[in-house]
Design a protein around this ligand. Structure first.
Ligand code: UT7
Length: 308
């Protein structure tokens, strides 16, 4: 049996900071409304998916003490590829100088957790190390005159190295789901802008994320009390708080970066994970519960033992 462990973590963010006050200058909104309804104070914009992904990937390799040649596959979770063809992972592969395979995965905001499960599957059938990256530039598909979406989105990337180990490894359980009958709730047609039925997504999100997280915990034979850190998708602070409350996991045991970065889709979970690691919140052997949801609708959760 071949399992996985996760080694190294890196992120990348565009330099340009857009505050709520900046948005209020051109939109009928306010800092107070955005903070109260979403928890977001500022976000980064102007990112390019391949550039951010390559930088996060390089930093994850550096953090793991590895060279590009030590990796077999670049797996990029993204909703905002640089182009339809080729996959943006190919650009990243070339920019970092990784030999081997490269492919994109689109499961919207659940993409990073889907990617972790796919990476574990590749390892199980014999792959070497996988550079798993979540990178999204939602600012590029946002209508900046649409206050409903403009206040929510941000750009960023995060990456980890997924490494084979003998035995069951550190991915203790996982859960993935989708309901394509809800795809109209969150979508972007070719050449168009992102559309979201925010209220409906909110309602569904809390339910699916809690159910998915509970299933993953139960499959790992664990209780909410066993979770050292919940690392949720960062879509809205109120969704995170509602999920925490229903799961019985306190906010002190939850990674939150939405105040600084907004909703960065596939990047939000690795951005939150990296922040928790840098702030000394993830000890050796910690039990992490990663959970996300997004367009599709899709959802996914994973219970991961962290090795420092
Ligand atoms: O990544 C995965 C997908 N995304 C999500 O999970 C997002 C899910 N949804 C949400 O986060 C929330 O539904 C929003 C933040 C999008 C909206 O919050 P809400 O509490 O559901 O607000 P609402 O849509 O019920 O709107 C309340 C009021 C409305 O005015 P009236 O009808 O009460 O007069 C809106 O027109 O707030 C108004 N409004 C705004 N006001 C100021 C809507 N957007 C804004 C805005 N600034 N940006």
């Amino acid at each position: 049996m071949r399992g996985i462990t996760v080694r190294g973590c890196g992120i990348s963010l565009p330099d340009k900071v857009l505050t709520n006050d900046d948005l209020s200058a051109t939109l009928d909104t306010s800092d107070a409304w955005i903070i109260e309804r979403t928890g977001i104070k500022e976000r980064r914009v102007g990112g390019i998916t391949s550039q951010m992904g390559a930088e996060a990937g390089r930093r994850a390799l550096e953090d793991a003490g590895l060279q590009p040649a030590d990796v077999d596959v670049v797996l990029l979770a993204t909703t905002t590829p640089d182009a339809l063809v080729p996959g943006t992972s190919a650009t990243i592969q070339e920019q970092i100088g990784v030999p081997g395979g490269a492919f994109d995965l689109n499961a919207a905001c659940s993409g990073f957790v889907y990617g972790l499960v796919v990476a574990a599957g590749l390892v199980a059938v014999g792959s070497g190390r996988i550079l798993l990256i979540g990178s999204d530039a939602l600012s590029r598909i946002t209508d900046w005159d649409d206050r409903a979406l403009a206040v929510l989105v941000g750009d960023g990337a995060g990456a980890v190295v997924v490494e084979p180990v003998d035995g069951p490894g550190d991915l203790l359980s996982w859960n993935m789901g989708a309901d394509g009958s809800l795809r109209h709730l969150l979508k972007c047609d070719h050449g168009g802008y992102l559309f979201m039925d925010g209220k409906e997504v909110f309602r569904k999100a809390v339910r699916v994320v809690v159910e998915s997280a509970e299933r993953a915990l139960s499959d790992a034979g664990l209780q909410p009390a066993d979770v050292d850190l919940l690392v949720p998708h960062q879509a809205n602070l109120r969704i995170i708080q509602a999920a925490c409350q229903r799961l019985g996991i306190t906010e002190e045991r939850t990674a939150v970066v939405i105040d600084r970065y907004g909703n960065t889709s596939s990047a939000s979970i690795p951005l939150a994970l990296d922040d928790a690691i840098r702030n000394g919140r993830v000890h050796d052997g910690a039990t992490l519960l990663l959970t996300g949801f997004g367009g599709g609708m899709t959802w996914a959760s994973a219970v991961l033992r962290w090795r420092a």
